[in-house]
Design a protein around this ligand. Structure first.
Ligand code: SF4
Ligand code: SF4
Length: 244
């Protein structure tokens, strides 16, 4: 495992990361900027600079850590930091704690450690192109159903799908067709009244969430962005609206 860990880290830990790890003065100025610190009675374990001790230690040990150790890293990088980057703004050296936490999450993912919900979403992205496993057929049917329902209120309302040359490709959070189609209906009303030239796309690229990013699965993250880019090119739209 240690070899795999080092193979993963070596190309990713460059001069910038090494410098950050070395210049942290442990001054504690970042402490109060972290909501985990203040919300946990100023628990010193929640000080941002302390959270990235793992990265330093793994490098020092040349990747020789066991599964239990990685589990401790997991608890910190997922449940003690949400990568808001507030601490970086206050650090006199602008040390990017969140970026290092992100690297640790990516390392864990490479070792098969990630929250179950995220892993499931990633599988769905790969198979269906969206996090909720909505099939292309169900997606289009949902839009058509939204159109029918909304047109009862606003006569003549249409929800365009795959409209070539539209100004805007409109994308949504995949939870909307699954749980909140009323949000799509409200948007349709606004666009109709505003006379907006927009379209949905029928193929993957319409879900604008990118949950794989949260566990450092950059390959899937790239695929998600590329899907949307592909649809935008095919439909020759001028802009993409990312609502998430
Ligand atoms: S990260 Fe910056 S602010 Fe926080 S302890 Fe290190 S040097 Fe100080
Ligand atoms: S990036 Fe993490 S450690 Fe820094 S303030 Fe946000 S939650 Fe706290």
């Amino acid at each position: 495992m240690s070899q795999e860990i080092m193979e993963f880290l070596k190309p990713r830990v460059g001069a910038r990361f090494k410098m950050w790890l070395n210049i942290c003065a442990h001054c504690g100025l970042c402490a109060n900027t972290c909501h985990y610190y203040t919300a946990n009675d100023n628990d010193p374990k929640m000080i941002p600079s302390y959270k990235i001790r793992f990265l330093k230690e793994i490098l020092r040990k040349k990747g020789k850590v066991d599964r239990d150790y990685l589990q401790r890293v997991y608890e910190t990088v997922y449940y003690e930091c949400n990568m808001c980057r507030r601490c970086t703004l206050y650090c006199p050296f602008a040390i990017d704690i969140a970026l290092m936490i992100s690297l640790l999450r990516a390392l864990l993912f490479s070792q098969g450690i990630a929250p179950e919900g995220l892993v499931r979403a990633i599988e769905n992205y790969k198979k269906f192109g969206n996090q909720m496993a909505v099939t292309d057929e169900d997606w289009v049917e949902t839009i058509e159903w939204c159109e029918e329902e909304t047109a009862e209120e606003l006569v003549g309302l249409k929800i365009p799908i795959d409209k070539k040359g539209a100004k805007l490709l409109y994308t949504v959070n995949a939870r909307e067709p699954m749980f909140y189609p009323q949000d799509m209906m409200e948007v349709a009303k606004i666009f109709h009244v505003a006379g907006e030239d927009y379209t949905y796309c029928s193929k993957p690229g319409w879900d604008d969430t990118n949950l794989s990013m949260f566990c450092g699965d950059l390959k899937t993250s790239k695929m998600i962005v590329e899907n949307t880019f592909k649809r935008a090119e095919e439909l020759e739209v001028k802009q993409v609206a990312i609502t998430e």
